[in-house]
Write a protein that binds this ligand. Structure first.
Ligand code: ADP
Ligand code: MG
Ligand code: MG
Length: 210
């Protein structure tokens, strides 16, 4: 269990599609309060399309799977989250072209994903976006990888830190995206993109066997 391969990437997509579908209403409910109420629909539509695309595709590496996720999400999710997640998965795909990914490789992949989100959306920590989940996730992944953690342990550390980060958005004023139109009225509500980021990272960890 020292490395992750293309079978892990496919299990991740299956787990992600399932958990996103299960949380479709809950994610849209979060978005209804501080956005336009479509985040769950957007994500469920995107991951259903990813599942369909993956069934027909030949994939040799983790990178092949993540690239298909990226292009499919970009063309089906729409809104803010489509290009953000699309860029994240595309950047992650570019650093995971080897047949197997170790603990340090998992950190590199998550770091690249975060860089993609930031390059695309220009949000900083504290702006009440998915960055508030991804930034602590990458920091925790770095620490776990440096400690010699397995890929599953690195992903578990990342997912757990993302959950804490997502919860921290409750008390923040939104400074980016639709929720920023509400200003102070966005306080007291969780950012939907941070919540969906936790679901994806948790799916990745579960697919790795932890
Ligand atoms: P839309 O707001 O276009 O309806 P979604 O509802 O699918 O798109 O996604 C909203 C989520 O996108 C937010 O909860 C937030 O996490 C994320 N988001 C929006 N703008 C940014 C940004 N500039 N940087 C990072 N994340 C962002
Ligand atoms: Mg929305
Ligand atoms: Mg929308």
């Amino acid at each position: 269990a020292g490395t992750l391969d293309v079978a892990w990437a496919r299990r991740f997509v299956a787990e992600a599609a399932q958990v996103v579908a299960e949380n479709r209403v809950a994610l849209s409910e979060l978005d209804r309060v501080i956005g336009d109420g479509d985040h769950g629909e957007n994500m469920a539509r995107g991951f259903a399309a990813v599942t369909a695309a993956l069934e027909k595709a030949e994939t040799a590496t983790v990178g092949d799977v993540l690239k298909l996720v990226a292009t499919t999400l970009m063309s089906t999710v729409g809104g803010a989250a489509g290009p953000l997640y699309g860029t994240a998965f595309l950047r992650a795909a570019k650093v995971s072209d080897a047949p197997a990914v170790d603990g340090q490789g998992v950190h590199s992949l998550l770091d690249a994903a975060l860089e993609g989100v930031v390059a695309r959306g220009k949000a900083q920590v504290g702006d009440k976006t998915m960055v508030d989940a991804w930034h602590p996730a990458v920091e925790a992944a770095a620490a776990a990888a440096d400690a010699g953690g397995t890929p599953a342990a690195v992903l578990r550390a990342a997912a757990d830190a993302a959950a804490v980060g997502a919860a921290s958005t409750d008390e923040l004023v939104a400074l980016k995206g639709r929720a920023s139109y509400l200003g102070e009225r966005s306080v007291g509500h969780r950012d939907p993109g941070a919540a969906s980021s936790v679901l994806l990272l948790d799916a990745a960890a579960r697919a790795a066997g932890e």
